[in-house]
Design a protein around this ligand. Structure first.
Ligand code: GLU
Ligand code: ZN
Length: 441
């Protein structure tokens, strides 16, 4: 077998600003490609013209560039497998639809939405599966002629074979789908427009993608995609590998959506968050770099990323993993009023204790004398005062400062936070924390 380089794609359908969940996926795709010295492909899935707009496509690319997630092939860069916008590849999908129709992997379905609905309800009442029932799989020439005479325009459906699909997901392990729950799905609409499952599978094959690393919300489409690969004649040992990333949960523990809190990356960007801090934060949503590290650079991530370290449970569950549940606090400490600022009681109790007083006062003293209020200067003087000066371990030194300044043990990178918060607020909060710590005896 010839050795194939790893090719991994990020394939957004930008119907708005990219949100935190999209970017987490993009970051993992990018890091996986970099860590394996593979190729990172950006493909824009814009076949649904009602949802995807040119300005969103442009903004998605701008956001990725700002975050430092550079792609090796894709819009603006080119590459041997272009074009990389699906709207410019419609001919390819049409070609495969024709081939599937010709070789029996697909068929025309003339059912109207009303008919489908009525049969679905009847099936549901009878307690059976409520997906498409295969009605048009074996129409006679007369029936077809009748439908055509009625002026019906057919969609094209994929004929899902009997049996089941099993694959080894690189995050979740072995996954099996019984085809009883995977009904024949639509490949192309009556006007010829391709649907997602067709376009995504055809492109993953034509672009020679080796790894599909994406959100868990797409897990259920995997058996359909695998069936399309098979119909295209791809041998099973050449199917792309799949890795489905756990959901990113929103502030109320629900899956992320636009309704669900602040999720647009541009919002963070406009509010002064640093690209590196966002990536660092998102990287830890479901991935553990080991050794309980909480900060690492993009370069470190590009060197060390490993799918085996992705947690299979939704980010929340693992205590060391930061989730967006903390986002309100994380943002609140920066943008709320000082009167509204409070230290999380559990963290105050465990961290703002008398032993922390010398640490906090030393931090305060170091920052008071600081000439330039910049991230690097803040880091330098805090290291000098706490690590070198007091001879403390990193965690012992910085956790009380984290809690004092952000109100929380879980926060974005410390020095960036202090820079963003500003001198006055930082020093005030350290003073309050010292008082709390003294009183906690
Ligand atoms: N375009 C799809 C979406 O944005 C993702 C496709 C994929 O990663 O397989 O939901
Ligand atoms: Zn039908």
């Amino acid at each position: 077998m010839t050795e194939r380089g790893i090719r991994v794609r990020f394939a957004p359908s930008p119907s708005g600003d990219l949100h935190v969940g999209n970017i987490r996926t993009a970051l993992y795709d990018w890091a996986f490609a970099r860590a394996t010295r593979g190729t990172f492909v950006l493909r824009i899935e814009d076949t649904d013209a009602t949802r995807v707009r040119p300005e969103y496509i442009a903004s998605a690319q701008d956001t990725l560039r700002w975050l430092g997630l550079d792609w090796d092939e894709g819009p603006g860069v080119g590459g041997p497998f272009g074009p990389y916008l699906q709207s410019e590849r419609l001919g390819r999908y049409a070609e495969w639809v024709d081939r599937f129709l010709a070789d029996g992997h697909a068929y025309y379905c003339y059912c109207t939405p009303e008919e489908l609905q009525a049969r679905r309800e009847a099936a549901r009442e009878a307690g059976g599966p409520s997906g498409y029932d295969g009605h048009c799989r074996h129409l006679t020439a007369e029936q077809v002629a009748e439908y055509v005479a009625e002026g019906r325009r057919p969609v094209v459906r994929f004929l899902m074979p009997e049996g089941s699909t099993t694959f080894t997901d690189l995050v979740r392990g072995e996954v099996t789908f019984d085809h009883a729950h995977v009904p024949d799905f639509v490949l192309a609409r009556a006007d010829g427009r391709p649907l997602y499952t067709l376009a995504v599978a055809v492109d993953d094959v034509l672009m020679e993608i080796t790894h599909v690393v994406r959100g868990e919300d797409l897990l259920s489409s995997t058996p359909r995609q695998i069936a399309v690969y098979g119909a295209m004649g791809v041998p099973a040992d050449r199917f792309p590998a799949f890795a489905h990333l756990p959901y990113v949960l929103g502030p109320n523990g629900q899956r992320l959506s636009k309704r669900n809190g602040v999720v647009s990356i541009n919002w963070y960007r406009e509010h002064g968050f640093l690209a590196e801090a966002i990536c660092n934060y998102l990287a830890l949503l479901g991935w553990s770099p080991g050794e309980n590290r909480e900060e690492f650079t993009m370069a470190e991530m590009a060197a060390e990323f490993d799918l085996a370290r992705v947690n299979k449970n939704s980010a929340l569950i693992q205590t060391r993993i930061r989730t967006l549940r903390e986002a309100p606090e994380m943002l609140g400490f920066l943008f709320g009023t000082e009167a509204g600022f409070h230290v999380n009681p559990a963290d105050a109790e465990s961290v703002l204790v008398p032993e922390s007083v010398p640490v906090l006062t030393a931090a305060q003293k170091a920052l008071t004398g600081l000439g330039t209020w910049s991230r690097d200067e803040i880091e330098r003087v805090l290291w000098a005062a706490l690590i070198t000066g007091l001879g403390l371990k990193r965690r012992v030194a910085f956790i009380p400062v984290y809690v004092a300044v952000t109100g929380h043990r879980i926060a974005p990178p410390l020095f960036d936070s202090i820079e963003l918060l500003g001198r006055e607020k930082t020093l005030d909060r350290l003073t309050r924390a010292v008082r709390l710590a003294e009183g906690a005896a």
